[in-house]
Write a protein that binds this ligand. Sequence first.
Ligand code: ATP
Length: 477
Amino acid sequence: PEEIFKNVISHAKEYGFVFPSSEIYDGLSAVYDYGQNGAELKNNLKTYWWKAMVQMNENIVGLDAAIFMHPKVWEASGHVAGFADPMIDNKDSKKRYRADQLLEDKIALYDSEGKTDLAEELQLEMDKALKAEDLPRLRELIIEHNIKCPVSGTANWTDVRQFNLMFSTQMGALAEESDVVYLRPETAQGIFVNYLNVQKSGRMKIPFGIAQIGKAFRNEVIARQFIIRMREFEQMEMQFFVRPGTQKEWFERWKQVRLKWHLALGTSPEKYRFHEHTKLAFYADAAFDIEFEFPFGFKEVEGIHSRTDFDLSQHQKYSGKKLQYFDPEINQNYVPYVIETSIGLDRLFLLTMINAYEEEDLSTEERADSRVVLRLHPCLAPVKAAIFPLTKKDGLPEKAREIMDRLKVDFNLQYEEKDAIGKRYRRQDAIGTPFCITVDHQTLEDNTVTIRYRDTMQQERVNAADLDRIIGDLVSW
Ligand code: ATP
């Protein structure tokens, strides 16, 4: 599996899905750019989410809030005081580590050595220390378990300190006028501060939801595993406002709905699992993660949280504005409770690539052969169809262009006339294009083309006039 993961990463780069940021300057740690095919795939994933959440639910509406927000927002949300990781430095290598990560790695090591008692004991002690925010205890555990810096090999550690994950910058041109503003570490707060605007202007009745897709920024100290943990990433979040007392029901409902959404793309259910949070935030009612089995193990992709009225109440307190709802059914005013679904677009992107990636052996008795094919759902494929003239002469390119121009209004297409057809097929397989359409001499006579299917590699002859319908049927949501 580790090997496959490496291959997926290099495939993503070679075929224009994901590049390291500013690569000609040797990259920027934990920041990535999406290439020509990655941008399309990412947009299609967003569309899939947006349609399922906003278009299909009459009581959910969209929002596009700014990344910058009033600094008070982050005081109210608890991020200024509490959005931090416990960090420890090795005095010899001057390298900084997340204290809990060092301990997690040790636990994994104990497990792999069959020392399950030690692993369980350390896990318990660590959870206790994290819950109590007992930083000296975290350090003690690191020393007790003789955890060494992977770089210097020594156990010469500093104290454990909290390190805030928010990026800050200054707003305004003059230093004395400027104020510290943060790059949002989550999109959710844009929804909470607009709760009343949307509710009033949209005349929304509880229960209702607000959905948003947007960038979030976290100064993650440990960048790991490609686009799993980035410093700039994208979230797709939905906050669903409900009457207090009904949150359990809605929580269960959204848990099931969200898992179904993941499975609807055809992933095998064994690849997914729910993980229940045992360490709940003090205000939270319930929290589950949807985890996906990446080649390096199960990892959170989406969180579903029952957040009570914590967020709106906090903003009510800090802003002095009433953030309530008058419920005509029970004739009462209240601060709504919130169920949140929060998915990381980049992690979804990666799992989609991993699911789709296949190194297929096509060898026959006569000769060895293979191909790399991305078996993406046609709705998600960056390019819906490729149009090939069989040769570069006899008017075939002109005919192919004519078909291309008609179809490209509705579908993202690619035109290719270089190289043998077989090679062109392989290039399209590698980016997941579901159809290749070849224009040949017969096309000039009877307007038929060959259509070749990515998954089966079967070809058939169809009328060019039917292509809209054939492609449309498969790639439509
Ligand atoms: P983790 O424990 O993996 O750091 P988290 O619990 O901090 O994640 P949330 O704050 O619940 O994550 O954010 C919701 C979603 O945003 C996560 O499920 C994940 O998919 C995504 N996400 C969070 N941090 C990052 C990151 N640094 N890079 C990419 N995606 C992220």
